[in-house]
Design a protein around this ligand. Structure first.
Ligand code: THU
Length: 132
């Protein structure tokens, strides 16, 4: 599938990032099973550890709206000079709500984007049986 539309949404959304400490804007766009899109940005804090990544902002927003079925996630990092994949915490959170072949598209621009899966980014995931 061509996820350009989803990546462009992430890129546009990155303009809303609150990243006054890193000057590293990130935008995320989550495609839902009804083909609607929920976006997220990184939200930094002067207490640095309180920062939330763009990917988790999008997923937490979706969950808060009662939406749990996701088709794909695009991540745009326009100020990097290479495609930046999700951090470890975000990989764990993505894995909570997706299955192995879930597509993740990331890049600093569409021209240099990478498309992969959560399985590739987060192999040997564990403890799904804990969900009740
Ligand atoms: N960041 C994200 O939002 N997503 C990623 O996948 C990588 C890192 C944010 C966190 C912080 O605000 C800034 O990028 C620099 O690490």
């Amino acid at each position: 599938m061509d996820y350009r539309f989803l990546f462009e949404k992430a890129l546009e959304t990155s303009k809303n990032a609150w990243c006054v400490y890193s000057d590293f804007p990130v935008g995320a766009a989550l495609l839902l099973d009804d083909d609607s899109i929920i976006v997220g940005v990184n939200v930094e804090n002067r207490s640095y550890g309180a920062t939330n990544c763009a990917e988790r902002t999008a997923i937490f927003t979706a969950i808060s709206q009662g939406k749990r079925n996701f088709k794909a996630l695009a991540i745009a990092t326009p100020k990097s000079d290479y495609p930046v994949p999700p951090c470890g915490i975000c990989r764990q959170v993505i894995s909570e709500f997706t299955s192995e072949n879930f597509p993740i598209i990331y890049g600093n621009s569409w021209e240099s984007h990478i498309e992969t899966t959560i399985l590739n980014l987060y192999p040997q995931d564990s403890l799904h049986e804990l969900a009740k």
